[in-house]
Design a protein around this ligand. Structure first.
Ligand code: ATP
Length: 243
């Protein structure tokens, strides 16, 4: 079902996806997916392993072509992956400033590092960083491009619980300050409910449920116990698994 997949810049919606189809050989991974994200909206994307979450982000980031449907994203899109993917042969500040047209790459990188509380790590080598620090560099690298859309693919999946909590607070704060639209892939229902304005559940390449999260921030887990159970049920997770 090869068709022209349109990708154009828009203003009223940060992301607009209509009938998106992606296939790997005979396998249809995105199956006519529809989704809209408003400017500045934080959307979490949940779904069982293999349902197409990363594929959707890769298509939106322009890293992988779709075969049908259409989508539009803003001109400035940044991505951060589960693995920080820093270049080990470049110092931290160069990893951040790489590809920036700004002549003051060092200055811009230092400002971004200060935002993720790594002001004193500009001259560090990536391999000397802890997992949480590397992930913060990855966030700084994404933010320095001042994206209108930030695609986060399980960015904290590999971190320990304490570092993860600190990263939640940091991401929320950076999002408030910069206000990009965010599409955030996670396996963790609590993480989704802590951070997102809206939680979207994906199954076999389609959106099957949506939950608006109208809770004040910063959020506490105790405030979304019921919504957590509803989403787990959408995911097909039974009570025993969820306990
Ligand atoms: N390059 C590829 N070639 C072939 N199949 C692929 C490729 N990339 C992904 N797939 C398949 O597409 C399906 C969706 O993969 P995707 O990575 O989008 O899932 P996901 O929802 O992000 O899963 P997870 O939560 O485990 O990361 C999987 O069955 C996967 O094996």
């Amino acid at each position: 079902m090869a068709g022209a997949v349109k990708s154009t810049a828009v203003k009223s919606k940060a992301v607009s996806i209509r009938g998106l189809v992606k296939e790997f050989g005979p396998r249809r991974v995105l199956d006519g997916l529809d989704l809209e994200v408003a400017p500045g909206e934080f959307v979490a994307l949940l779904g069982r392993s293999g349902c197409g979450k990363s594929t959707l982000l890769r298509v939106l980031a322009g890293l992988d072509p779709a075969v049908g449907g259409e989508f539009s994203v803003p001109a400035k899109v940044s991505v951060a992956f589960q693995q920080p993917r820093l270049l080990p042969w470049r110092k931290v500040w160069r990893n951040i400033s790489l590809g920036l047209r700004d002549v003051n790459g060092r200055e811009v990188a230092e400002k971004a590092l200060a935002e993720v509380r790594l002001a004193d790590h500009a001259d560090a080598w990536p391999l000397t960083l802890s997992g949480g620090e590397a992930q913060r560099v990855s966030l700084a690298r994404a933010l320095v491009r001042e994206p209108e859309l930030l695609l986060l693919d399980e960015p904290f999946g590999a971190l320990d619980a304490l570092t993860r909590s600190a990263m939640h607070r940091l991401v929320e704060q950076l999002w408030r300050e910069h206000r990009p639209a965010v599409l955030f892939v996670t396996h963790d229902v609590d993480e989704a409910l802590l951070l997102a304005d809206r939680v979207v559940v994906l199954d076999r390449g389609r959106i099957v449920a949506e939950h608006r999260v109208d809770l004040p921030r910063p959020r506490r887990r105790a405030s979304f116990v019921d919504q957590r159970l509803e989403i787990l049920s959408d995911l097909g997770v039974n009570d025993a698994e969820a306990a």
